[in-house]
Write a protein that binds this ligand. Structure first.
Ligand code: LIP
Length: 276
């Protein structure tokens, strides 16, 4: 039967609003911090609690749907064409731990391996970004649109150091930052969380984000929000369609700007998260 995307979006918003108070409560408390892949890749009991809550709500309402969640995903993700929920319970866990207010619950919904519904909710700033395919994107209910920037020299670029501290990889990260700032661009920013970063591009506060090492849960929800705001997503070499498991991500206000940035970037080799 046909999926009711309006109902699915409303339910995704309900899930995000349900966990908002858990994140807000935890934000001001001392947390149990565990390392995942390294000292800059962290998880707290709140990430787990939020994911469990959302997964429970989805299983109850849509028992046949697939679910991919950051804290419960297997090492080798298989993304099928089936209806699939993709969840980052707290995107920006390090921000959450440091009380730096850019952390958001990201809930995406994919069909045929493409996101069709996305919600990004930052309960600290009380900002809710939402979109469904063909219906535009909103921030707290108001329509948002991307900038029309087509050249790096007129752009504000967002990129991150990421969570790896590998020496060789960091050299390329820094080189890529240098080649974009020296184009020149107007500046480089980083909020420390992919979801809030892409929402800046979607709402015209910045022009493009690039980052290697993102996972499907970092990019799924916000990619449909960006597309519905008029922007586009690409692989880091400028090719399309974006492979959601390849971890090489550009989110841009225009394809022209994305291609110019892509032409300046040196690839960073990271293992894919799985197969499509
Ligand atoms: C974070 C990303 C961010 C990246 C961090 C981390 P998490 O996600 O949103 O862009 O630079 O290393 O991966 O782990 O806080 O959900």
């Amino acid at each position: 039967k046909d999926l009711d995307l309006e109902e699915i979006l409303n339910f995704a918003i309900e899930c995000a609003k349900t966990v908002g108070p858990i994140i807000k409560d935890g934000y001001y408390r001392k947390k149990n911090i565990e390392e995942k892949l390294g000292p800059a890749d962290l998880v707290t009991e709140y990430d787990k609690k939020v994911e469990e809550t959302i997964v429970g709500m989805i299983k109850n309402k849509y028992p046949t749907h697939e679910i991919i969640g950051e804290e419960s995903a297997s090492e080798n993700i298989v993304l099928t064409k089936a209806p699939t929920w993709v969840i980052d319970p707290i995107d920006g866990t390090t921000n959450f731990i440091s009380q730096f207010p850019y952390c958001a619950t990201l809930i995406g919904f994919m069909v045929d391996r493409l996101p069709v519904v996305g919600v990004a909710y930052n309960p600290i700033l009380d900002e809710l970004f939402a979109a469904r395919k063909g219906n535009g994107a909103t921030k707290n209910g108001e329509k948002i649109t991307v900038n029309d920037t087509k050249e790096v020299r007129n752009s504000l670029i967002i990129t991150e150091f990421g969570s790896s501290r590998d020496d060789k990889r960091m050299d390329i990260v820094l080189e890529n930052m240098k080649s974009t700032i020296m184009t020149p661009s107007r500046g480089i920013r980083a909020l420390g969380a992919c979801g809030p970063n892409v929402c800046c591009v979607a709402s015209g506060q910045a022009d493009l984000l690039f980052e290697t090492g993102m996972h499907i849960w970092d990019i799924c929800a916000v990619s449909i929000i960006l597309e519905e705001a008029g922007g586009c997503v690409m692989n880091m070499d400028g090719s399309t369609p974006l492979n959601y498991l390849n971890r090489k991500y550009i989110a841009s206000c225009t394809p022209e700007l994305a291609r110019e940035v892509a032409s300046k970037l040196k690839p960073i080799e990271v293992p894919a998260d799985g197969v499509e």
